[in-house]
Design a protein around this ligand. Structure first.
Ligand code: OGA
Ligand code: ZN
Ligand code: ZN
Length: 423
């Protein structure tokens, strides 16, 4: 069979582009299986690749966008992959005076006397077609999230071997994809060395430091400076809601597990619970998205006193109504409530419903030493059941955080270099 890519062909576009809507005629020089047509329509360049019997690619690119994204050395700094066009002088009404196409690129002459060449591969990756933009956003920008209920948990939970994640790029990529899509995954057999979590974070990028340090040890401590450092039950919550830049992903490494009853971890998908609230209790949903809450943490760690406050609703939305963040922590909700008196009771009703739904949708499981529970702290809520703590029965979790910027960046690098760098 003929490989289309290997067939040399050339198309020339006559250079009489004067009227924007005119259809051009084409002629090709060789006998071809694939025909490339370029034309200008309504200040867009239309690139149409077809074979003798079917259309292969139909793409449209706005003129102004093409000029803005010229890839020549003058307009684009190659080593930093950065645009360096002088935008103070940039002419948004720039016109095309000539287009030519070869088998794998198109070249344009501009009314500002500049010339640009764009490879077809480069153009295909930037196709404005809705499907192509969606694919880019949902696969490359950030994998599309899938919300899960309590009943789905067993199906959606993935486990990975620590050694594989540390050594194989494909396992690292799959773990990060699971985290992005479902917000949870467990890494098994990490051993009980307290440095395992740091090594894992370093494999992705670097630890996100907080008031409580880089790694933090969760164990029952006398005179606990944080509510988590008790052996009592830890109700469902998100960590550090009192930070504007809340740490994104928790890594909780079980080093010693309690032999007593309890010490189980709890998890619920906050976004799924928001789906339920939005559908069944729209008034409560609205209240929790609009009422700004003061989250706080006052204390001292390693000799450093702190007083953190961040004001934000329980359910945060972006301009398109997508959920961006859940804030929830009973211990760390400030008694300062900066709303009018009339707003208070409705908010309490709404929050109470939300907390009950979170509880209803939560799962519990007991980690074994060597397990690292990893989950999205922006979206999931987590907690722990109480346990007996005494000299014969201790529990020790080493925790650390990663930020989504660092995780998504690593994921994109892995996706792009996947075939080249696979270990
Ligand atoms: C915490 C926490 C969970 C656990 O420290 O914030 O949620 O398993 N700990 O102890
Ligand atoms: Zn240029
Ligand atoms: Zn926590």
């Amino acid at each position: 069979m003929l490989n289309i890519k290997n067939i040399l062909f050339q198309i020339k576009v006559p250079c009489f582009i004067k009227q924007q809507n005119s259809q051009k005629s084409w002629f090709h020089l060789n006998s071809v299986l694939r025909v490339l047509n370029v034309s200008l329509q309504n200040r867009c360049v239309v690139v149409n690749e077809s074979s003798s019997d079917k259309q292969l690619h139909f793409m449209k690119f706005p003129t102004v966008w093409l000029r803005d994204n010229c890839q020549c050395n003058e307009c684009f700094h190659q080593s930093s992959k950065s645009r360096q066009i002088d935008w103070v002088k940039f002419d948004t009404k720039v016109n095309i005076t000539n287009i030519t196409a070869s088998d794998n690129s198109i070249s344009i002459d501009w009314s500002d006397k500049h010339s640009s060449t764009y490879s077809l591969d480069w153009l295909r990756e930037r196709d404005f077609h809705t499907d192509k933009r969606e694919k880019y956003l949902n696969e490359f920008y950030r994998p599309k999230t899938k919300h899960w209920s309590k009943n789905d948990f067993k199906k959606i939970l993935s486990t990975f071997e620590y050694k594989n994640v540390m050594e194989k790029n494909n396992d690292l990529k799959l773990w990060l994809q699971q985290l992005a899509i479902y917000g949870v995954a467990i890494i098994k057999n990490a051993g009980t060395d307290k440095t395992a979590v740091r090594k894992l974070a370093d494999r992705v990028g670097f630890i996100r430091k907080t008031t409580y340090g880089e790694e933090f040890i969760v164990e029952a401590k006398p005179g606990a400076k944080n509510y988590a450092y008790l052996s009592t039950p830890l109700p469902l919550h998100t960590d550090l809601p009192y930070y504007e830049y809340k740490p994104s992903v928790n890594l909780l490494h079980c080093v010693v597990q309690s032999n007593s009853k309890g010490g189980e971890n709890l998890l619920a998908d906050g976004f799924h619970v928001v789906d339920i609230l939005k559908k069944n209790y729209p008034h409560f949903f609205e209240t929790l998205t609009k009422t700004v809450i003061d989250w706080n943490d006052i204390g001292e760690d390693g000799g450093l006193p702190f007083h953190n406050i961040w004001r934000s609703p329980v359910i945060c939305l972006d301009g398109d109504g997508f959920y961006t963040r859940i804030n929830h922590s009973i211990p760390q909700r400030d008694s300062h409530f900066n709303v009018t008196i009339e707003e208070v009771e409705l908010w309490y009703e709404a929050y109470s419903k939300f907390v009950k739904l979170l509880q209803q949708e939560s799962v519990s499981f007991k980690l074994s030493p060597g397990d690292i529970l990893t989950f999205n702290n922006i979206r999931l809520v987590h907690g722990r059941t109480g346990y007996d703590d005494n000299e014969n029965n201790v529990r020790c979790i080493v925790g650390a955080y990663l930020d989504w910027d660092i995780i998504y960046s690593k994921l994109r690098v892995l996706m792009k270099n996947y075939n080249k760098n696979e270990k």
